[in-house]
Write a protein that binds this ligand. Structure first.
Ligand code: A3P
Length: 270
């Protein structure tokens, strides 16, 4: 039996819709869906399922529209949503700060080379694409990286992070290691709970590895097993030419180093 944080609200309280007090801002294809679904295990969390894209796309619809998308919550619960496009959209930090300067931000990151391949795999399910190698390089002989390709640009974390840190202090941003979210989810989630000020609840017993390639954790929610959709998460990646991989690693190395310095943590990407 999973026990943990008991709700603090009194039984007569009527739940209402609230604006988010915390957000998963990105990065796309780093494990944002997994993070949100794991957080929803916690009795102190409610979250919008679909991505609202409020600050990057739907801002003109206003805060009442945004609030309406949120599930009802009690006063002792946190409301969350995830929209990975926030991380890379220049005006978002400022707009978000206007709504709530105290908001807590969660950013999942993953080796930018693997993230780029994951992004490519997703894009290629929507329309036929050239090979990854072809798209990643501007000139195969010179090995120049195509930095105007979104799959490459999103992984230049330092560049995006710089903009966030102009608006929010680092203490309001928690970095989640997308790799550890797969290899040791309970431990990575314990850090998230602490950052969000939630009582410890999520534990190893909430996770199990099932069919689904045996690689990715599934969760037990209210005694019901739940895995992420295997058609859209945990897809197979193509084998990418090792020279191209090396070029990409060389390309990202200085940006990664800058990012580690900014956030005060070395993720150890090669
Ligand atoms: P791949 O499909 O390339 O493996 P996002 O939700 O931000 O789009 O991230 C998708 C990635 O989340 C997947 O990329 C996968 O590696 C990762 N992931 C983390 N935990 C997962 C889980 N429990 N089930 C499936 N994918 C998971």
């Amino acid at each position: 039996v999973l026990r943990g944080a008991e709700p603090l609200h009194n039984a007569s309280e009527v739940p209402v819709k609230r604006l988010p007090q915390a957000l998963v801002i990105g990065a796309k294809k780093a494990g944002t869906r997994a993070l949100l679904e794991y957080l929803r295990l916690h009795p102190g969390v409610v979250a919008a399922g679909p991505e609202p894209h409020f600050f990057d796309r739907n801002y003109h619809l206003g805060l009442d529209w945004y609030r309406e998308l949120m599930p009802r919550s009690y006063s002792d619960q946190l409301t969350l949503e995830k929209t990975p496009a926030y991380f890379i959209t220049p005006e978002v930090p400022r707009l978000l700060h206007q709504m709530n300067p105290e908001i807590k931000l969660l950013l999942v990151v993953r080796d930018p080379v693997t993230r780029a391949i994951s992004d490519y795999v997703q894009a290629s399910t929507k329309r036929p694409l050239d090979s990854f190698e072809h798209m990643a390089l501007l000139d195969p002989r010179l090995g120049l990286i195509n930095t105007s390709w979104a799959a490459i640009k999103i992984g230049i974390y330092a560049k995006h992070m710089e903009r966030w840190l102009q608006v929010f202090p680092m203490r309001q941003i928690h970095l989640v290691d997308g790799h550890k979210l797969v290899s040791d989810p309970a431990k990575e989630m314990a850090k998230v709970e602490k950052f969000l000020g939630l009582p410890p609840f999520i534990r190893d017993e909430h996770f199990f590895l099932r069919g689904f390639k045996g690689t990715f954790p599934c969760i037990m929610r209210h005694g019901v097993p739940h895995c992420l959709d295997e058609k859209t998460k945990g897809r197979d990646h193509p084998d990418v030419d090792s020279k191209v991989l090396q070029r990409l690693r060389d390309f990202y190395r200085p940006f990664n180093a800058k990012f580690y310095q900014m956030v005060g943590h070395d993720f150890g990407w090669l």
